[in-house]
Design a binder for this molecule. Structure first.
Ligand code: ATP
Ligand code: MG
Length: 447
């Protein structure tokens, strides 16, 4: 049987002592059954929010959901236990959120409003409450709706995406009838806000089986509504006579994601969408049958902007996504000049160079090429070399302060002019970007 840590049983005892029922619930119990490390402790109780708050001096109350957060100290680390009063399914008029929260009297009622059998589980420390066969489904590794799937997805369309997200994270299948119901109700996902879609999508992208998650989105019809740009790429042919492309564009995108070595979610997202511009730019020469995608990265950049806005990415996330898509076609040719490589670094930005290379690794492996090539390795070495020289005056080893101090000057535009001159000298290779050398050079310039 499952063993709860003592900091959990102590917490639960506080409720029991006051005559309230309390259970660990949902994903927490699933995690315990699967012997995963539990980081999120969720509880459900017969106590009402006001009553919960009276039990603990320190708490946070989220009025919208009636959840009380209680900070717990575990060996010097703070965890927040989330406690929610038994609830029943409220009426939904918009397939988004219930019109009002209604309290329930029993744990069974509370479990029956939950989305999937593997989440409709509660544990009081001794007994597992499992009215819908959740434990069995965990063993079978399936995500199955509680009750009638059409009704459950009709109440809350976010569940459509939660099913795919949880199946992806857990490496489970979606049970047949539940799957069929997602297909039938897929278009309702468009009623869900961009933020909430992004949250689920990013959890899919961040999981180790992300590529399979995207295929599941495609096969359920959800991809068509949340990322039509990627969905439309399936079936777009890439193979020209005597060229290496083996996959259609959509499959290539998914395979690139599968092989992307980065765990950073925007890098992975960029890898998934990097070639979406190929759908619109696809041309096939009627005589030679050669396929081209001129400027697909420019078209893709525009599409990436729209996707970022639609899914409400932050400003930084958007900039990174758009930049990586725009510049993914970079050349690693050994014939290009240092100047060209410096332009590449400037365009992409120093902090995203590694992400850009990770996208390229995914791109290569996702089209059946080797992980790297001697050209790519040489290019990486040259990237390191060109970055030893400064890109702007801010990369110099001396600052405006040094200039003012050494030359006893007051703040003003002359300081910038001197720094600019020094920067030029360094870029041209006439002086090293070292403090001592720069200070000497500075005295020469200004004398
Ligand atoms: P994880 O935290 O690992 O992502 P989880 O199952 O704990 O997974 P949460 O989003 O934290 O998922 O939700 C906690 C519990 O609340 C779920 O296990 C489920 O029982 C219930 N739940 C969450 N969202 C919904 C929903 N849209 N419809 C019905 N029940 C839900
Ligand atoms: Mg959780």
């Amino acid at each position: 049987m499952m063993q709860l840590p003592s900091f959990v049983t102590q917490f639960m005892d506080t409720f029991a002592k006051h005559g309230y029922k309390i259970y660990a619930v949902g994903g927490t119990v699933r995690g315990l059954l699967m012997k995963h490390e539990v980081n999120d402790w969720d509880f459900t109780t017969s106590a009402r929010p006001e009553q919960i708050q009276k039990l603990f001096e320190h708490h946070f109350y989220n009025n919208q959901f009636g959840t009380v957060g209680v900070p717990i100290d575990v060996n010097g680390n703070e965890l927040v236990f989330e406690v929610t009063t038994f609830r029943k399914e409220g009426k939904y008029s918009n397939a988004r959120h219930p019109d009002e929260v209604q309290w329930a009297e029993t744990i069974e009622e509370d479990l029956s409003r939950r989305d999937f059998t593997i989440n409709a589980l509660a544990f009081d420390g001794k007994e597992l409450i499992d009215p819908f066969g959740g434990q069995d489904d965990i063993e079978k590794r399936v995500v199955r709706a509680v009750g009638k799937p059409d009704e459950r997805f009709g109440e809350d369309a976010l569940r459509l995406l939660r099913a795919v997200r949880q199946a992806t994270q857990l490496g489970f299948m979606i049970e047949e009838k539940t799957h069929a119901s997602i297909v039938a109700n897929a278009q309702n996902i468009s009623r869900i806000s961009g933020e909430r879609i992004r949250e689920e999508l990013f959890k899919i992208l961040a999981s180790p089986h992300a590529a399979d998650g995207i295929l599941l989105l495609k096969n359920t019809g959800l991809l068509h509504h949340i990322l039509p740009e990627v969905d439309n790429a399936f079936g777009v042919e890439q193979k020209s006579p005597h060229r290496h492309h083996v996959f259609d564009v959509g499959t290539h995108l998914v395979e690139s994601l599968r092989h992307c070595p980065s765990s950073e979610v925007i890098t992975r997202f960029s890898t998934l969408i990097h070639d979406i511009g190929k759908v619109q730019t696809h041309r096939k020469d009627p005589k030679t049958h050669i396929i081209t995608f001129y400027n697909h990265e420019v078209v893709g950049e525009k599409q990436a902007e729209k996707i970022a806005d639609r899914l409400r990415l932050s400003k930084d996330q958007k900039q990174k996504l758009v930049t990586l898509v725009r510049h993914h076609q970079f050349s690693v040719s050994e014939k290009q000049s240092d100047k060209a490589i410096r332009r590449f670094v400037k365009n992409v930005g120093k902090e995203w160079i590694q992400d850009m290379l990770d996208l390229r690794t995914g791109d290569r492996l996702g089209s059946g090429a080797k992980e790297t090539s001697w050209r790519t390795e040489l290019f990486k070495k040259r990237l390191v070399e060109v970055q030893k020289k400064p890109f702007t005056v801010h990369d110099l080893t001396i600052t405006g302060h040094d200039v003012m101090e050494e030359l006893s000057m007051k703040p003003g535009p002359q300081i910038g002019t001197i720094l600019e001159q020094l920067f030029e000298e360094v870029v041209e290779g006439r002086v090293k970007n070292e403090k001592k050398a720069l200070l000497e050079q500075m005295k020469m310039i200004s004398s």
